[in-house]
Design a protein around this ligand. Structure first.
Ligand SMILES: Cc1cc2nc3c(=O)[nH]c(=O)nc-3n(C[C@H](O)[C@H](O)[C@H](O)COP(=O)(O)O)c2cc1C
Ligand SMILES: CCCCCCC(=O)C(=O)O
Length: 357
């Protein structure tokens, strides 16, 4: 039987994947405390429905940075899709385009961004699919600018700049498994030099707000900072002219013991006070999770691993099914909460329950 939940997709993917690759996708940093906390954070929140709202017609659609999207869900950037399925990012892009969902292409994609964009356009020529590009600012700024130009030329409509990785997280599953490199034949295609050599992605603890200012001066694309967790940093982001925040702890893969993202959302929403759209990722596995995050102030959520599970389970079809399940669950939850659209959700619908996780 086809998987009925995102959790069931993970079980199918786990059977299909090389266990070393499954661990790379599933794992977190250190004791994986944050990885678990992301799920527990959602479980601790209850939804308090409204009734008799007369909302027979509903929509899950919304707008992000001036573009329509069918779902308040974006595909968060994840590396190495060709480890999950031979069609890799091309399959993900086709499924996202077909569903009218934003795909954030990872800088560490195993397919060049130009090919991903072409696959998305071919899959949904009628609707101009939305791709954003995730960037780790590289110490070599000339190369960073070259990447930005490639993303712009490929048709990406926003840059998602990951700022939670001054150093790479310590993922102990990968250490135990000896997983340090992609297998022969795969590489981070966006890091390929014109001559054919492939650079390594550098994490840099030298990065500062000056680099965000530098980037701001070099692109007209909206800049979304991914990995801001502290409300003071959210305020700095407003001051430095960024266009949005993706509240993220990298799915528990960077600083272990960082808080659950959904628990930080109200504080960050209060700090930015509507001056920037907020997105949040980490542990979103159910339509109810999406609705809770939107009610607490997010304009959209990101999903990372569930898309990899769909991809590993059944390629493009698997990703389509994961997105369709999320869409059905979001619509169903809106109906049960008495809301006609994501815009009608507010913090009054959410209660924190102590002792539940
Ligand atoms: C296998 C894997 C690879 C990832 N690769 C990237 C990446 O290349 N760039 C990035 O900014 N975040 C990356 N992330 C983090 C995701 O963008 C996202 O923050 C996280 O997966 C959200 O949590 P979730 O998997 O519980 O939905 C990766 C996460 C996973 C699981
Ligand atoms: C050195 C390769 C960097 C890949 C980055 C992928 C990533 O962010 C992750 O969480 O894994």
């Amino acid at each position: 039987m086809a998987p009925l939940t995102l959790a069931e997709f993970e079980a199918v993917a786990r059977e299909r994947l090389d266990p070393v690759h499954y661990d790379f996708f599933a794992g977190g940093a250190g004791d994986e405390t944050t990885l678990r906390a992301n799920r527990a954070g959602f479980a601790r929140l209850a939804l308090l429905p409204r009734v008799l709202r007369g909302n027979g017609t509903r929509t899950t659609a919304t707008t992000l940075f001036g573009r329509d999207t069918e779902l308040p869900v974006v595909i968060s950037p994840t590396a190495f899709h060709r480890l999950a399925h031979p069609d890799g990012e091309l399959a993900t892009a086709r499924a996202a385009a077909g569903a009218g969902v934003v795909l954030v292409v990872s800088m560490a994609a195993t397919t060049p961004v130009e090919q991903i964009a072409a696959a998305a356009r071919a899959a949904a020529p009628e609707r101009a699919p939305t791709l954003w590009f995730q960037l780790y600012v590289q110490p070599d700024l000339e190369f960073t600018e070259h990447l930005v130009r490639r993303a712009e030329s490929a048709g990406c409509t926003a840059l998602v700049v990951t700022v939670d990785s001054p150093v790479f997280g310590r993922r102990e599953r990968d250490h135990r498994n000896g997983f340090h490199d992609l297998p022969a034949g795969l590489c981070c295609e966006n890091l390929r030099e014109p001559g054919g050599a492939v650079r390594r992605i550098e994490m840099s603890a030298e990065l500062s707000w000056a680099h965000i200012d530098w980037l701001r001066q070099r692109t007209a694309l909206p800049i979304v900072l991914k990995g801001v967790l502290h409300p003071e940093d959210a305020l700095l982001a407003v001051e430095h002219g960024v266009d949005g925040l993706l509240v993220s702890n990298h799915g528990g893969r960077q600083l272990d013991t960082a808080p659950a993202t959904v628990e930080l959302l109200p504080e960050i929403a209060a700090a930015v006070a509507g001056r920037l759209p907020l997105l949040v990722d980490g542990g979103v596995r159910r339509g109810t999770d999406v609705v809770k995050a939107l009610a607490l102030g997010a304009s959209a959520v990101g999903v990372g691993r569930p898309v990899l599970w769909g991809l590993a389970a059944a390629g493009e079809r698997g990703v389509r099914e994961v997105l369709a399940l999320l869409r059905e669950e979001v619509d169903h939850t809106l109906a049960l909460c008495g809301a006609a659209s994501p815009r009608e959700l507010g913090p009054d619908l959410v209660r924190r329950q102590e002792g539940v996780c």
